[in-house]
Design a protein around this ligand. Structure first.
Ligand code: HEM
Length: 134
């Protein structure tokens, strides 16, 4: 057990607050179940197997929220806009992505504040990924 000296404030990352790796893996797994059945999004993913894409997104989100830095150890700097450039992320793709993400977030059982924190980020990030006009 870690000893926490009296009078110190225990600082927790958002990653830890929401339940760590298990929570992010659940989120991304549920999200990719949605992608797998989506006629617009599924063909955008170049690999037959969505498993590796699921792993990359899970590791990225874990790192972003203060968890292990495995994503960057494997993939380098995220540069997400650049990495999405080959894919036609238009308004429809953006909306579909967020629809599946919303369903996945809903199943996490987060507090209202945690939900708002995560969702605000995801909606801003999704908007910033749009790279094609309608
Ligand atoms: C707005 C709609 C979006 C679409 C249609 C989309 C689609 C894609 C596609 C087709 C890939 C390639 C699959 C792969 O090889 O990993 C990908 C990769 C990825 N996406 Fe998205 N994406 C979207 C938004 C986002 C957002 C908002 C984030 C972050 C919050 C994100 C994070 C990632 C990450 C981390 C990867 C893997 C990058 C790598 O290391 O190669 N994406 N996305």
């Amino acid at each position: 057990m870690n000893e926490i000296p009296h009078g110190t404030v225990q600082e927790q990352t958002f990653y830890e607050q929401v339940g760590g790796e298990e929570t992010f893996r659940r989120l991304v797994h549920r999200f990719y179940e949605g992608v797998a059945g989506d006629p617009l999004l599924r063909p955008m993913y170049p690999e037959e197997d969505l498993g590796p894409a699921e792993e990359r997104l899970a590791l990225f989100l874990m790192q972003y929220w203060g968890g292990p830095r495995t994503y960057s150890e494997n993939r380098g700097h995220p540069r997400l806009r650049m990495r999405h450039a080959p894919f036609a992320v238009d308004r429809a793709a953006h909306d579909a992505w967020l629809t599946h993400m919303r369903a996945a977030v809903d199943e996490l059982g987060l507090t209202e504040e945690q939900d708002r924190t995560l969702w605000t980020y995801l909606t801003y990030a999704a908007a910033s990924m749009v790279n094609r006009a309608d």
